[in-house]
Design a protein around this ligand. Structure first.
Ligand SMILES: [Zn+2]
Length: 89
């Protein structure tokens, strides 16, 4: 059992919890030289990890099924709004 972090309702026994992402932040990963190792036969070769950029989870919540659905719908609406207006103007 758990308490939903959005509506504060205590779950029924056996009710599934869902983890939802509340906040994301952009991040960059630096390149790492010789980070990847691969063996081909007797030789070990190492490759550089190029690094890159992406998003990481900044805030996560354990919620009930109802709140998870609401949160998903909210996120889909936000994504649609961003697609229509990518610069947020
Ligand atoms: Zn809830």
């Amino acid at each position: 059992m758990y308490r939903c972090e959005l509506c504060n309702r205590v779950s029924r026994p056996g009710e599934r919890a869902t983890k939802v992402v509340m906040e994301r932040r952009p991040t960059e990963y630096p390149s790492r030289s010789k980070a990847q190792r691969a063996r081909t036969g007797r030789r070990a070769k190492s490759h550089d990890d190029p690094g890159g950029a992406g998003y990481e989870i900044a805030k996560e919540a354990i919620v009930c099924a109802t709140c998870a659905e609401e949160q998903l719908a909210k996120e889909a609406a936000q994504d649609a709004a961003q697609d229509a207006d990518p610069l947020g103007i």
